[in-house]
Design a protein around this ligand. Sequence first.
Ligand code: TXA
Ligand code: MG
Length: 355
Amino acid sequence: MPVRVWRVDPSSPDPRVIEDAALILKSGGIVAFPTETVYGLGAVYHMVEAVRKVFLAKRRPMDNPLILHVSRESQVFELAVDVPVEASELFKKFWPGPLTLVLPKSARVPGEVTGGLGKVAVRMPAHNVALRLIEAVGAPIAAPSANLSGRPSPTTAQHVLEDLGESIDGVIDAGETLYGVESTVIDLTVSPPVLLRPGSVPVEEVERVLGVKIAVPPFARGLEEAERAFAPGTRYRHYSPWAALVLVEPRGALELSSVAERVRELAAHYKSAGRRVGILCTDETIHSYVDLGVELISLGSRGDFFGMAKRLYPSLREFDSRRVEVIIAEPVEERGLGLTLMNRLRKASSQRILV
Ligand code: TXA
Ligand code: MG
């Protein structure tokens, strides 16, 4: 069966499309759909065979658990037990939206969904299509990002088809996603709460609502030496283009001129070794590289981490389509969405160079 592609208007999706896609899901199929962060690959959470198909299609290790997407707060209490009051405060403030909470799992959630863990990750996406699809199915939808495991997450239906076109039943195409980077994942089963993955909601905003400091372990910053079993997805290489990515990082405070100088040297070095080079830069630095004769993509202004995060994955995929072999990337400060950007860049990198 060829993959179905439904094009919809994100603000008022055709109800017939939602019904068609829901029917496929309810009969055990897997369908990709847009959320406000990235496209997800959905299966009805209690249909274990469908959940297995999701892992197979993505070539994802079975011990890396999936996020369950709900359309109503009441569904959380089916999926989780002993939900702490902090969770309700966060629902009120951030849902629907890109915040995923890890809670103690209820017996209803199959172990296949949580990679055998006693905890379950839940979020309510802020996207019409996603919410209506969950409503039409009548049950939460388990959905990882709809990319091949290890690749940058998909921000368009085209990216989904590039990665998974052969192995899914359909994709609902509602254009590019709003944030372009995944949800923030916070474990609320421990005290203080732990950031498992920085994402579209800055961790500082969650801290303000909770009135406590959230623990940010080194792996949440993308520092692999501290990879831990309690953040399962973090053990694997992630978000990577086919090209090798070399990340330049400051030892201390970020000084843009020394970063740019090092990026230039590295680009010239790889170019003279006969490699096709790309530089992932910013509006503030792009002028330093124009004479090098390499592929340049700016993530936008350093004053706009939101825009930079949104352009990151499409830019990595764009370098691939330009057949770039080595990407040299600049760092940003690790505050707000800068923490998210640095996590993704470090995880995508095959080498980090300190200046
Ligand atoms: O924005 C998003 O979160 C997107 C959209 C589709 O909702 N989804 C997404 O899913 O990024 P995925 O599977 O690519 O990433 C889920 C992350 C992984 O790092 C995984 O390890 C973590 O959430 N996670 C899921 N369930 C968990 C659990 N029970 N305990 C700890 N971490 C969990
Ligand atoms: Mg993913």
